[in-house]
Design a protein around this ligand. Sequence first.
Ligand SMILES: [Zn+2]
Length: 233
Amino acid sequence: MGSIVSDLDLKALSDLEKSILRLVKRPIHLTITDNIHSMIHISPSNRGYRVRLHHMFLEADTEVLRSLARFINGRNRKAPPLLRDFVASNHNKIRKTPAKARRTILRHNGHHFNLKEIFDQVNQEYFANKIDCHITWGARRLVRRQNSIKLASYSDRTKIIRINPVLDRSYVPKYVVSGIIYHEMLHHHLGVESRNGRKMAHTKRFRQFEKLFRHYRRLHVWKEKNLHRLLGR
Ligand SMILES: [Zn+2]
């Protein structure tokens, strides 16, 4: 599982956070998403706001950000026209499959598991089928003895979940693969948060969601016991 393989532009994210903070003049908890249904979502939190924005806002100019700040502070009930125009003119950025993902050949079929099948099951059970990212087995590495291993990763640039092929073994229970896929889907679902210019993937909120997985405990117990086998030791 490890950490998110994130290609989000950290500087753009931190700049956006700073700009909004300066304009809103209240504490802001910013999350950048790839949500296809909601471009802006604001909820009160402590003395400030929890703000979830589509990544199109990483490229918004000052005018748009000013308008956004007024909207956040609640002076406008409805999104102001400038903001609506901005979203409309960036419509092409919503749910577009990135070029890299289009070029990548996705391998779903393993010897023991079909990743797409498990992805679809998890998507239905936990996400009401709303997750639209991709999944593939990662490349097989020849390195034998390792001290640590990344079992999966998610890239928010290509929207691809990669599962390490060491998991494609008969002794690996299906709930382990499901749980690892669920974790990566959460990265897609929750987006990347910025706190004081630092990118956060495994936030408190993330950990709360993570525990909703049906076999959460079992998965961790299994990993504790079997990691050495996966590492080839
Ligand atoms: Zn993670």
